[in-house]
Design a protein. Structure first.
Length: 93
């Protein structure tokens, strides 16, 4: 019975894959971490403003802008990932 069940599964499902499929990984990361990032930035910025630490506030905002670029600029995650893969010697197709 197990053999019949396995025979009914399409070959594409059972075939081993040599390549890693990460087509939608960047979009998924943006959907999960983007809103969470905005909430954390807002809370920390408000904290720095209420404690009147303007220097730390400016440093934090500059850091937040740099990190925000990673989440909200199109294709920057993919470009960075390809550059890191090439630097490590991974063959890209």
């Amino acid at each position: 019975m197990l053999h019949q069940w396995m025979a009914s599964i399409p070959f594409k499902v059972l075939a081993p894959r040599d390549d890693l499929q990460t087509d939608q990984l960047a979009d998924w990361l943006r959907q999960i971490f983007g809103p969470l990032f905005l909430v954390i930035v807002s809370i920390v910025a408000i904290f720095f403003l209420f404690t009147r630490e303007i220097t730390r506030f400016v440093q934090f905002i500059l850091l937040a802008i740099g990190i925000g670029v990673v989440f909200y600029v199109p294709n920057i995650i993919e470009t960075t990932a390809r550059a890191i893969a090439r630097a490590l010697g991974v063959e890209l197709t």
